[in-house]
Design a protein around this ligand. Structure first.
Ligand code: ZN
Length: 283
C-alpha cells in the first residue's frame, strides 16, 4: 500500500506542477460592452470604457474594415463623430470612408497594435477611399491600406490628392476633435500647400507611421470627470515650425532606427485606474 499511496501523492504533485496558472482575463477576451451609461475612465493609453457602443458595419459614407478584430466599439460620442464625419465627407465628394480600429468593447489595452485607443475616443481612418460597392467579408479582412508617402519617405506619393486635404480639413473642423495624427511627410505637405485658411493645421500632429491612415482622437466628453485629456495640449499655431523640422533631422532618424514608433509595453491591469477592473469583470 505505501507504494500506491506514494504514487498517488506523486501524480497529484505532478498535476499541480504542470497545471497552467489560471490566465487573467484581458480586455481583448471580452466580447461585449458593459450595460449602463457611457463612462470614460483614465487616458487614451491607460484606461477603459464602460457603456460602449458598436459602430454598425456599414453606414452612409463609410464601411468598417477588419470586423473580425472586434475593435469597432467606442464612446457614443465617437460613434456619432464617425457617422457625422462620414456623411459630411461624402456630401463634400469623398467616395466613402474606410474605418479601421476604434476600441475593444470595454476599451483597455490591446494585445497587438495600438498603445492608445483604450478609452473609446480614438479611431483610425484609411487614406484609401472606399469603393462604391459594398466590400465582401474577405475584402474587409484582407485588403491592404495604401501609403500616402513615397518610398524614400520624404515626399507624399502620387496617391495624395487635394481631396485628402479637404478630408482632413473636414475632420479637423469638428470641435470635439482634439487632434489628428498623420505622418510628418503629410504634415509638411499640408504646411506647404494650404493657403491662408490654416488655423485647422494646429490639430494635425506629426507622428511615426500614419502614412496609410490618420488617427482621430476626441476630447473627453464634458460630463466624464474620470476621463483624462491628452497631454500636452495642442499648441497654438499651425505647427509648421522647428517642431516639424525635427521629424526630418538626423536625431529623428536615429530614434526610428532605435525602434521609436514600434509598439511599446502595454499597461497591466494593475497599472490601469482601479475602476477598470470592475469594467472588465462587470456585466
Ligand atoms: Zn490609431
Amino acid at each position: 500500500m505505501p507504494f500506491k499511496a506514494n504514487a498517488l501523492a506523486f501524480s497529484l504533485l505532478l498535476t499541480l506542477w504542470t497545471a497552467p496558472a489560471a490566465a487573467e482575463t484581458t480586455f481583448g477576451d471580452v466580447a461585449v460592452a458593459t450595460a449602463g451609461p457611457p463612462r470614460v475612465i483614465g487616458g487614451h493609453a491607460r484606461g477603459c470604457l464602460a457603456g460602449g457602443e458598436a459602430l454598425p458595419l456599414d453606414g452612409a459614407g463609410y464601411q468598417l474594415m477588419r470586423p473580425s478584430r472586434n475593435r469597432f466599439w467606442g464612446h457614443p460620442q465617437l460613434i456619432a463623430f464617425v457617422t457625422q464625419f462620414a456623411e459630411k465627407a461624402h456630401a463634400d465628394g469623398w467616395p466613402g470612408l474606410l474605418i479601421g480600429d476604434l476600441a475593444q468593447p470595454r476599451g483597455g489595452p490591446m494585445s497587438s497594435g495600438h498603445r492608445s485607443h483604450q478609452t473609446g475616443l480614438d479611431v483610425d481612418i484609411w487614406f484609401l477611399a472606399a469603393p462604391p460597392q459594398p466590400l465582401s467579408e474577405s475584402q474587409r479582412e484582407d485588403s491592404s491600406a495604401l501609403s500616402m508617402v513615397s518610398e524614400g519617405g520624404l515626399t507624399v506619393s502620387p496617391a495624395w490628392t487635394e481631396e485628402h486635404v479637404r478630408l482632413l480639413r473636414t475632420a479637423a473642423s469638428f470641435p470635439q476633435v482634439d487632434r489628428i495624427f498623420v505622418n510628418p511627410v503629410i504634415k509638411r505637405e499640408l504646411c506647404h500647400t494650404v493657403g491662408q485658411d490654416r488655423a485647422w493645421l494646429a490639430k494635425l500632429r506629426p507622428w511615426w507611421g500614419h502614412d496609410a491612415h490618420f488617427h482621430v482622437g476626441l476630447h473627453c466628453p464634458s460630463q466624464d470627470s474620470e476621463c483624462l485629456e491628452r497631454v500636452p495640449p495642442v499648441p497654438d499655431g499651425d505647427g509648421c515650425d522647428a517642431s516639424l523640422d525635427w521629424w526630418f533631422s538626423a536625431e529623428a532618424r536615429e530614434e526610428l532606427r532605435k525602434g521609436a514608433g514600434a509598439p511599446r509595453p502595454r499597461p497591466t491591469l494593475d497599472e490601469l485606474p482601479s475602476a477598470c477592473r470592475e469594467v472588465l469583470t462587470g456585466g
